[in-house]
Design a binder for this molecule. Structure first.
Ligand code: EPU
Length: 421
């Protein structure tokens, strides 16, 4: 037996949805917390399986995790041990690689299995490793495991060939307790990185330049516990805004930071979506006639690659030809093949896809090949004629907190079912 999500399309969304804490911030904040010498309280933790996997890793390391409330955890690394991380949970998500930087920073040594996560084409970690080596670490790779160690970590200047989110965070985690100053040039500027730096500075780190492409870290001897509230998830917010534009009557998406969504909101405006943007919410008035546009994913503040798949669904409903260019993960177009099964007309020639719209979508059996593909199939299911069945939904559960529950509250007909394998 396996669990699938089923959606009966054609029920308009109405009401208000509250956005959870950012997945991609959380999965870095949890490994960052182990650098403290006392309890770190984090509020706004989304209920997703990536967090459960990280918690399993913490338990292996004898880090105490207390759930104070549904979205409120205390991570207490006071009695932690630097055990080898060959637990299967490491392979469940990409972000387990943040334990490389955090454990290297704390203990000057880490043994860890290769991280997992969504397959979006090749996802090398050469920039992370080069960063560790520049700080004085040695890297060995043997049979799927990394051993990274240093006699001493010494601050230096590191230029990233690409403004990688993961490499920027991992190098920061390793450098916070290094000797002297580390400067990361061409650093990534994503809001999740600012959130991690905010936490680390509350813990006693001395990091400047968050949100710019030059980050300076002055190493400190000790980091302590603190309280931190996670920023709202801009990708979950963007997904719901797109759902509202595709299937909404009148819908409000609240607990957002509109500035984090500027590229998406201006693209939707260009398409003809009717929206009112307020301080921490956006109301979308559905039913507008949409026109096709060209979009290009870029590093922040450009359009997030994680919103490309859901946005592609909206483009299938827009008049005319739209072109999507993917500059972050050139092969991230598996959703197009699934959408074509539902009636979309897309042409993929990586790193681009052309979408011809508007096309009617029909409920069929489709597969969530990765997290954001899964989200895009939910968007498509909401507007499709008939029932859409989505397989491999563990991808969706990795990154969306109660997606089906939130949609049910907005009037969608979406449910889970156990079916024969
Ligand atoms: N890259 C390298 N070498 C490296 C690191 C990255 O060549 O050492 C390349 C990647 O192959 C990719 C590009 O640089 O082509 C961008 O990768 P980046 O390191 O910025 O991405 P990431 O840290 O692996 C995070 C998010 C992704 C999101 C990207 C881009 C987490 C856990 N993951 O991945 O989120 O797409 O940044 O914003 O934060 C998702 O949430 O669905 C997701 C995949």
């Amino acid at each position: 037996m396996k669990e699938v999500i089923k959606i009966e399309g054609g029920h308009p969304l109405e009401g208000t949805v509250r956005i959870s804490g950012s997945k991609n911030a959380t999965v870095a904040l949890i490994p960052a917390a182990i650098l403290a010498n006392g309890p770190v309280t984090i509020v706004g933790v989304p209920n997703i399986s990536d967090v459960s996997a990280l918690q399993q890793i913490l338990e292996v390391q004898k880090v105490k995790v207390i759930h104070k409330a549904e979205d409120h955890i205390i991570i207490d690394p006071s009695h932690m041990e630097n055990v080898d991380l060959d637990h299967v949970a490491v392979t469940k998500l990409r972000a387990s690689y943040y334990f490389m930087g955090a454990l290297l920073g704390k203990y000057k040594s880490v043994r860890i299995r290769m991280a997992g996560g969504c397959y979006l084409g090749p996802r090398p970690i050469d920039l992370h490793l080069k960063g560790f080596e520049a700080l004085g670490a040695h890297v060995e790779y043997d049979q799927g495991c990394y051993h990274i160690w240093a006699e001493e970590l010494v601050g230096t200047k590191i230029y990233l060939d690409f403004a990688s989110v993961g490499a920027t965070i991992n190098i920061i985690l390793a450098a916070v307790r290094a000797k002297g100053r580390t400067t990361i040039e061409n650093a990534a500027k994503e809001p999740e990185i600012i959130d991690v730096i905010t936490l680390l500075n509350k813990m006693g780190a001395r990091i400047r330049g968050a949100g710019t492409n030059v980050i300076t870290i002055d190493g400190v001897d000790e980091l302590w516990g603190c309280f931190h509230e996670i920023i709202p998830d801009r990708i979950e917010a963007g997904t719901f805004i797109i759902m509202a534009a595709a299937a909404g009557k009148e819908m409000t998406v609240e607990n957002i930071i509109p500035q984090h969504l500027e590229a998406l909101l201006s693209k939707l405006d260009e398409m003809g979506v009717d929206m009112d943007v307020k301080l921490d919410r956006v109301t979308i008035h559905g039913g507008s006639k949409l026109k096709g546009v060209d979009v290009k994913t870029q590093t922040y503040p450009g359009l997030a690659t994680d919103l490309q798949a859901p946005l592609t669904v909206l483009l299938t409903q827009a008049e005319g030809r739209s072109r999507v260019t993917e500059t972050i993960y050139p092969e991230r177009f598996k959703h197009c093949y699934e959408l074509d099964k539902m009636g979309a007309t897309t042409e993929v020639t990586t790193p681009k896809a052309t979408i011809f719209g508007p096309t009617k979508l029909y409920g069929v059996d489709v597969t969530a090949t990765d997290l954001r593909c899964g989200a895009s199939l939910v968007v498509a299911g909401l507007i499709a004629k008939g029932v859409t069945t989505i397989d491999q939904i563990y991808h969706i559960d990795r990154g969306y907190d109660n997606l089906d529950g939130k949609l049910q509250a907005l009037g969608a007909k979406i449910w889970r079912e156990q079916i024969e394998d």
